[in-house]
Design a protein around this ligand. Sequence first.
Ligand code: MG
Length: 217
Amino acid sequence: MNNVLLLPSLQRFSVGKILCLGQNYAAHAKEMGSPGAELPVIFLKPSTAIIQNGADILIPPFSNNVHHEVELTLLIGAEGKNIPESNAFDYIAGYGIGLDMTMRDLQLEAKKKGNPWAVAKGFDTSAPLSDFVEKVSDPHALEMSLSVNGERRQHSSTAAMILTIPQIIAYVSANFTLERGDVIFTGTPEGVAQVHRGDIIDAAIAGVGTLHHRVWQ
Ligand code: MG
């Protein structure tokens, strides 16, 4: 179990499950060779995958290709099931920035074999998470970026999401009961790429937060 902080109220939330959307940005789906036009896939990470801003991201010894994915994250504030889009924002306690670190080699192997992504997506340190903020100006117009060693690799806006935030809450809660402390990763834009030992990752979502991590193993 891991805790996250909500600002400015300083409430602490114990994170239950981490629900993630795969391919919720068309340009990223394309770079992954996916046809698109399907509902984004849902996968989970364990809460033990969370690290706080500044902690090292550890590449597991059984992967040779770990990728960064910068994502807007949602902190759930109340329990709900089959939440209608019209009420979705009532269930969101805050907004954060997260990295969906991915062992791409293991994920591609799992895709080929029809196996789940649990290992490829849920390893320890695979979910760096910022503090959450209660209010943002417009969650569908947030500039997001990620650089490695000062070189920009991802730069987009939450405006490019395929499912909007209310649609995400409705879709995810149709499949899983949401509880206080759950976190949703809303998908990454294009530009995902490999990181190596010693790399420094800096990521930001305007008005939400920043992350700074060293990659190590
Ligand atoms: Mg992702």
